[in-house]
Design a protein around this ligand. Structure first.
Ligand SMILES: [Cu+2]
Length: 386
């Protein structure tokens, strides 16, 4: 069943200014999971029932008003208290009618949907763990040992209107979540800081990612494609900048992707074994800084007074990172980046960045924005501190 309200929407669309119409859709986005299909059915059934009740109630009301009008010589009734039997009758009948509608007509499909939603485990083919952090998503495939961070790909220039916006403005990421079509994916959700919500409208699932808890949902994507969503829980300054992008591909293509990811991760791990040149570290660091740190500390390391400290001239950045034995200096530069500062927006990056990314970004900060430490941190040193 598909109930739409073309007349009402057409009227609204005609009234709206032209520019506001570009994003108008007539219905929900096409569901691509059984769960989304089920909840859409519930929505449509409920809308049909609500519409039917609306029509019946209004018809009775309008009929009563117009038929019993004074100009037709209607006399008001004079009773003050109708019989008890009449009162019981006109209370009981509507009660029974609505009990039937609520508990049977609406209750059964709604109950079915909730059961489908909560059934995250039976016949699950694979597990993906999703971790929200201000302001990006981390995806982990525990069975494959794959893990990566998925961050906004829209550039700061596009956001500031200094460059042309792309088709998927603010709905594009550097590393989408890749999932096989037709497999039941159990999705575990948690967060490292505040509550986020992982939401892809076409999957029909929207579940909070709560720090300290693991919540779950599931998806069996029936059609290959790219599906986009957003964080749906106000989670701070970058809330509007942590989109979700899922790429659903056929099973063989998925296996290929998994193999490639494993290769990349192995290469990254190998990168920690060798000595990097300063230039390599600076280059790596600049990329990481722009992608991960600049949202808070800003492009030139100037920070935002009162919220995010400047790294240009910072005592921490211009202090020691490691002591002579290669141990962390407490509250030093490397300590701050690896372990964060609990209770502040400065999170521990050792969980989300690789050895070479941490070594790179620390080296970069120590030698940029006017900081001139002249030293470098090696990936192997970071690895030894994990
Ligand atoms: Cu969020």
């Amino acid at each position: 069943m598909s109930v739409k309200f073309p007349l009402l929407l057409a009227a609204l669309a005609a009234a709206a200014p032209h520019s506001a119409r570009a994003e108008w859709a007539w219905n929900f986005p096409a569901p691509v999971t059984p769960l989304a299909l089920d909840t859409l059915h519930v929505h449509n059934t409920f809308m049909a029932i609500a519409l039917a009740i609306f029509v019946v109630v209004f018809a009775i009301m309008l009929y009563s008003i117009f038929t019993h009008r004074k100009s037709r010589g209607m006399e008001p009734a004079t009773f003050t208290r109708p019989s008890t039997a009449a009162q019981v009758f006109w209370t009981t009948i509507p009660f029974l009618v609505f009990a039937f509608i609520d508990f049977i007509l609406m209750g059964i499909p709604a109950y079915h949907s909730v059961v489908v939603m909560e059934d995250t485990r039976s016949d699950a083919d694979m597990v993906v763990k999703v971790t929200g952090s201000q302001w990006k998503w981390q995806y982990e495939y525990p069975e494959e040992g794959i893990r990566f961070v998925s961050a906004l790909a829209t550039t700061p220039e596009q956001i500031a209107d200094r460059a042309a916006k792309g088709e998927h403005y603010l709905l594009e990421v550097d590393h989408p979540l890749v999932l096989p079509v037709g497999k039941k994916v159990r999705i575990l959700l948690t967060s490292t800081d505040v509550i986020h919500t992982w939401w892809v409208p076409q999957f029909g699932a929207k579940r909070d990612a709560i720090p300290g808890f693991i919540r779950e949902t599931w998806a069996r994507i029936e059609r290959p494609g790219t599906y986009r969503g957003q964080c749906a829980e106000l989670c701070g300054k970058g809330h509007g900048f942590m989109p979700v992008v899922v790429q659903a591909v056929a099973e063989p293509e998925y296996r290929l992707w998994v193999a490639r990811q494993k290769g990349e991760q192995a290469a990254q791990a190998a990168g920690a074994e060798r000595v990097w040149s300063r230039d390599e570290l600076m280059k790596q660091g600049e990329t990481v800084y722009g992608k991960v740190c600049a949202v808070c500390h800003q492009a030139q390391g100037q920070g935002i007074p009162g919220a995010f400290p400047a790294l240009a001239g910072s005592k921490v950045v211009n202090g020691p990172a490691l002591d002579r034995q290669g141990r962390l200096v407490k509250d030093g530069h490397l300590d701050r980046v690896m372990n964060g500062k609990p209770g502040t927006a400065m999170q521990a990056f050792k969980a989300t960045l690789s050895d070479s990314e941490i070594a790179g970004v620390v080296t970069y900060e120590r030698n940029s924005f006017g900081n001139k430490m002249g030293d470098a941190v090696q990936p192997a040193q970071v690895k030894a501190l994990r």
